[in-house]
Write a protein that binds this ligand. Structure first.
Ligand code: UD1
Ligand code: UDP
Length: 373
């Protein structure tokens, strides 16, 4: 029997966190030959995930540069992936989500007339600059893709509006598959700095991440200003902020928050440390897409440091609130959750609109069905 050769292409931390459970699951199917090509859009932050999930990497294009541009990411991947596709001739290329890696890998596969499967398809804000460039990356990838794995019914409906109706499968989000393997009650932190903070911590913990391209500059300064105000007002509050390795994030964040006593700036932590930390936090403030999906299923309220979200489900369920990036708004909304226990309890109900942890299995079944049919 000829196996279906599936090449998974990804290159950043969140793609890896959400693709690794699927790649591990594919190992269980003898009908599938699974190969992995990293673009290396990220380096250290990608490797952390590969190490945790113990994924075998067949190719790594290693394109990351310090202060890379959208142009360099695009052209480097497009050029370097071509010989890999020509050599391997996969039956299907799988990409994930909305990064430039995803869009360019899909485009490269299309140029060679190789079918594309899009994992985490159909999320939309309908504003091409928010998130930037992710909204456009995801929309263009959806246009190219032959199979669409939509996490929710709402995502399927978004695809339908764009006349994408064939081979659309509602699968849940593979991030829930990942979460089910990482959190444990007696977890010991691996990162020494984090372990020490958690050992000594007394008060309520705010977990913060902020790194998006559209938040660089003034919005990020405002976010930092809001955090300073909150810790100075609440002596029982501590902030842990694992800072993205982008120098355009690190420099202002360390400059503005480096001296604050109860603000702990740490390096990016691996996904097991992160999920367990999130599970023990009082509140999450973030501009990340992934954290908006993960925290609600841990019952931890989220303030989203953006004006628009492509993940409306948890907002509708009442556990995620859009805070934007203005200092006064962030302070006001955080205060409300620190002061008003009734509101806090309402928001900290665990809800999980993103599936039951079996998304990988559903994606594989859909792929098998596609190739049988
Ligand atoms: C990228 C994705 C974004 C995703 C995010 C997840 C694009 C355009 N952006 O944004 O959609 O939400 O990843 O984190 O696809 N760096 C390191 N080491 C690393 C990773 C990054 O040093 O392991 C530094 C490099 O200087 C690099 C910079 O961070 O140039 C920015 O990386 P880049 O992938 O361009 O942007 P992100 O903001 O990470
Ligand atoms: N994450 C992590 N370590 C960190 C920060 C984030 O493992 O120091 C995880 C987080 O739990 C989530 C994912 O990385 O699963 C989100 O990645 P990121 O914020 O980089 O990208 P986005 O979700 O915005 O695309």
């Amino acid at each position: 029997m000829k196996k279906i050769k599936i090449m998974s292409v990804f290159g950043t931390r969140p793609e890896a966190i959400k693709m690794c459970p699927l790649i591990k699951k594919m190992r269980e199917y003898e009908e599938i030959e699974s190969i992995v090509c990293l673009t290396g859009q990220h380096r250290e932050m990608l490797q952390q995930v590969i190490d945790i999930f113990q994924i075998q990497v067949d190719y790594n294009l290693q394109i990351m540069k310090m202060s890379q541009t959208l142009h360099s990411i695009t052209t480097d991947i497009l050029t370097l992936i071509r010989p890999v596709l020509e050599k391997e001739k996969p039956d299907l290329v799988l990409v994930h989500g909305d990064t430039t890696t995803s869009f360019v890998a899909a485009l490269a596969a299309f140029y060679q007339q190789i079918p594309v499967g899009h994992v985490e398809a159909g999320l939309r804000t309908y504003d091409k600059y928010a998130p930037y460039p992710e909204e456009m990356n995801r929309t263009l990838t959806g246009r190219i893709a032959d199979l669409h794995f939509a996490p929710t019914e709402n995502n399927r409906a978004c695809l339908e509006k764009e006349n994408i109706r064939d081979h659309v499968f509602v699968t849940g989000n593979t991030v829930i598959d990942a979460l089910q393997t990482t959190i444990s009650p007696d977890y010991q932190y691996k990162d020494a700095a984090l372990a020490a903070i958690m050992e000594e911590r007394k008060g309520r913990l705010l977990l913060v991440t902020a790194h998006r391209r559209e938040n660089l500059g003034k919005p990020l300064q405002d976010i930092c200003g809001a955090l300073r105000e909150i810790v100075s007002e609440y002596p029982d509050v501590e902030v842990i902020y694992p800072v993205h390795l982008n120098p355009l994030v690190r420099e202002p964040v360390h400059e503005l928050l480096g001296q604050e006593e109860r603000v702990h700036l740490i390096d990016p932590i691996d996904v097991e440390d992160m999920h367990n930390l999130m599970d023990r936090s009082y509140l999450v403030l973030t501009d990340s897409g992934g954290l908006q999906e993960e925290a609600p299923s841990c019952g931890v309220p989220v303030l989203v440091l953006r004006d628009k979200t492509e993940r409306q489900e948890a907002v509708d369920a009442g556990t995620v609130v859009m805070a934007g990036t203005k200092k006064d708004d962030i302070v006001r909304l955080t205060r409300a959750l620190l002061d008003d226990q009734e509101q806090y309890q309402r928001m900290s109900r665990a809800v999980n609109p993103y599936g039951d942890g079996r998304a990988s299995e559903r994606i594989i079944q859909a792929i098998l069905q596609y190739f049988e049919g």
